[in-house]
Ligand binder design. Sequence first.
Ligand SMILES: NC(=O)c1ccc[n+]([C@@H]2O[C@H](COP(=O)([O-])OP(=O)(O)OC[C@H]3O[C@@H](n4cnc5c(N)ncnc54)[C@H](OP(=O)(O)O)[C@@H]3O)[C@@H](O)[C@H]2O)c1
Length: 236
Amino acid sequence: MSKEQKVAIVTGASQGIGAGLVQAYRENGYAVVANSRGIKPSSDEGVVTVPGNIGDRRIAEQVVNTAIERFGRIDTLINNAGIFIGKPFTDYTQEDFNSVLDVNVAGFFHVTQLALGQMLKQGRGHIVQITTALVDQPLSDIPSGLAALTKGGLDAVTRGLAIEYAKTGIRVNAVAPGIIRTPMHAPATHEFLAGQHPMGRLGEIEEIVDAVLYLERAGFVTGETIHVDGGQHAGR
Ligand SMILES: NC(=O)c1ccc[n+]([C@@H]2O[C@H](COP(=O)([O-])OP(=O)(O)OC[C@H]3O[C@@H](n4cnc5c(N)ncnc54)[C@H](OP(=O)(O)O)[C@@H]3O)[C@@H](O)[C@H]2O)c1
């Protein structure tokens, strides 16, 4: 790999939106370090996989060190790994709380802190969170307090870090999806879920990927959350 090769890290990369992001960044000439708990080695020499729970700091260290050792730099970090447990708030168990906080919050904190250190040395970088439209517009049919709690935090810290690092060459943005056709949702639920959006359909993985790629080339955009949600955040 040439020293000028751009490098992206994608968490939650084995399926769904994360797998779509890996493919898109490869098509745009990036080397990719791809993480998920069960991710398999790739036949593409431009993709290095690091299996493990991204909420574990040692895995986050492995992900960041792999990018630096194999490719020499980190241009982009996409914090995509996330889980969703929809329940009435009083039904959440301690295990639910721990699981969602571990992936959605610890899974952001460790890898972002470590990748930022490298980006500061480089004097450039881009960090993108995949949040949810539920942060702005809760749905009465889908109780999801832990999604609001954790993804709301990511939405806030996106602006927080964007301002903290605005003068360093590092941009920090987010994409807030509506309900997207990924393995997260069983096909039997699709019709019901489609009806949650003003536009009356599910979103597609490519539509989230397009928004991330826009942010990638948008050099004057930081602290932004782009909603790709069929109008969900705007109202019912
Ligand atoms: N699909 C939607 O409707 C929707 C809506 C709003 C927001 N989002 C957000 O978009 C992101 C991607 O969602 P998706 O629909 O593509 O999900 P998905 O199809 O369920 O895929 C989730 C990915 O995260 C990985 N993952 C889960 N726990 C992990 C952990 N502890 N450490 C590392 N990787 C982990 C999974 O792989 P392993 O099982 O191998 O770990 C998988 O690759 C998530 O942050 C989600 O909250 C999705």
